[in-house]
Design a protein around this ligand. Sequence first.
Ligand code: CA
Length: 219
Amino acid sequence: MQNQPNILLVEDDSIIASGLVYALKGEGYAVTHAASVSDALSFASAGSYDLAVLDLGLPDGSGFDVRERLGDTSVIFLTVVDDEGNIVKALEGGAEDYITKPFRLRELLARIKVVLRRKTGGGEALSIGKVSIHTSEGKAYIEGMPLDLTALEYRLLLTFANNKGKILTRTQILDSIWDSAGSFVEDNTLTVYIKRLREKLGSSADIETVRGVGYRVNA
Ligand code: CA
């Protein structure tokens, strides 16, 4: 992969660390792992990182000691349960985010994606409600979690995103998804597609039915 984001993982628990290294590499990131403040500092002075995931409790100090030496690298701290003092300190110290142990791997991966995307400016992302659409990737996300959409559902979502606040007639929508999907969508099938898309979006975005006319998506 080109321009792999480069992540520095500082975690002294070898089980957590090996799981994270495996998962991060699986997501296409380059990962450097350090198990102590001193190792982390030598990696930090030797290279540059897009993101650092820093455990707060390390054998020879804390994640804050590493943070200080990372310049403008984005940071996500790993904290222990309800350590409010440290969480406040972490956020005041410029951390992009924190996650409390024990955490779900998927949740950390989602937060990493959000932070990296924020950092890179997000490209030409479109949004509706809490859904962001990355046209360069052809994917949509809800708060960093990828949405599993069919090609046609994606086109439908994109059509709404490009026409926010406007009423779209069923014919306009059919024309739009017909063009790009290359397959014929019947008028009564559109209702089914809209229903499925609504189910996938949940409360993250609202597709309003305008009776007798079509549909509208606001915001
Ligand atoms: Ca630790």
